[in-house]
Design a protein around this ligand. Structure first.
Ligand code: COA
Length: 257
């Protein structure tokens, strides 16, 4: 349990709010554990028909807490808090809707690839700076992104790691709608409310069928990415990138082969 994740059940919707504003909602191990618990709770509680993930009007999440990266990922990936969360999300039985405002960095973008509907504010900034941090893609993004948006666009986003806007994300087919930031959450809640009024077993069947074509390949990819990610976290390149972030300077990768 952590106070940085707040959950609330209202009208059969489980709202999961990331609330750590002083660190731009960066996700710690404990926060991943609570996020994973929320998905398990939704799947086991017949009164919950839909999950909504959100942050604030200013920030969704700055991604993994960069100080936590220093402690690395130990043991089997599926047993790590982040790995468990990603697998629970990818295999969730009930629909997951997301409201994104402000930064959605790293896993803040890749987790969206496993959600059913994504609404983003005009202030949303998506970014997957894994390679820039000496790391590699995670969360199945190396499989899902190229197949959804095309190989070269996926390569650009994953290799150069530039931030992209809500309009760009909409054009790429990664989100459903661009909203005024103060309306993002109400728009997402509106979608959740409609989902809760649909026949629940039919919604679960639809979700399962939408995931089925890539299910096995996705599982294998997420495991491979997880292993490589854990290795990359120990690399001198990652040490340079993370050290540079902490010291508020530009990283220098010129010495690496
Ligand atoms: N982990 C830990 N701390 C983080 C963080 C992260 N992922 N992202 C931001 N913070 C901290 C900052 O260090 C800063 O702390 P300080 O007040 O002690 O200096 C505080 O949160 C506010 O961040 P700041 O960078 O000043 O906010 P911003 O609005 O200018 O920029 C971001 C927001 C998200 C664009 C920027 O913080 C960022 O790029 N963060 C890193 C994202 C990242 O690389 N995540 C990992 C992806 S794999």
């Amino acid at each position: 349990m952590t106070d940085f994740i707040q959950t609330e059940i209202n009208n059969r919707i489980l709202t999961v709010r990331i609330n750590r504003p002083e660190r731009k909602n960066a996700l710690t191990h404990a926060m991943y554990t609570t996020l994973g618990d929320a998905i398990e709770q939704a799947d086991s509680d017949a009164d919950i028909r839909c999950v909504m993930f959100t942050g604030s009007d200013e920030c969704f999440t700055a991604g993994n807490d960069l100080s936590d990266f220093a402690s690395g990922l130990k043991g089997a990936f599926t047993e790590t808090p982040v790995g468990r969360f990603l697998f629970l999300l990818a295999n969730a039985a009930k629909p997951v809707v997301v409201a994104v405002n402000g930064p959605a960095v790293g896993i803040g973008t890749t987790m969206l690839l496993h959600c059913d509907m994504v609404f983003a504010g005009t202030n949303a900034r998506f970014q997957m700076p894994f390679a820039s941090l000496g790391l590699c893609p995670e969360g199945g993004s190396s499989l899902l992104l190229p197949s959804w948006i095309g190989r070269v666009r996926a390569a650009e986003l994953l290799m150069l790691g530039d931030a992209f806007s809500a309009d760009d994300a909409y054009r790429l087919g990664l989100i459903n709608r661009v909203c005024a930031p103060h309306e993002t959450e109400t728009t997402a809640i509106g979608a959740c409310q409609r989902l809760t009024m649909q026949p629940p077993a039919a919604i679960r069947a639809t979700k399962k069928l939408l995931s089925r074509p890539t299910h096995e390949e996705l599982t294998a990819t997420m495991l491979t990415e997880g292993e490589l990610f854990a290795d990359r976290l120990k690399s001198p390149e990652a040490a340079e990138a993370l050290g540079a972030f902490m010291q508020k300077r530009k990283p220098d990768f010129s010495r690496f082969k």
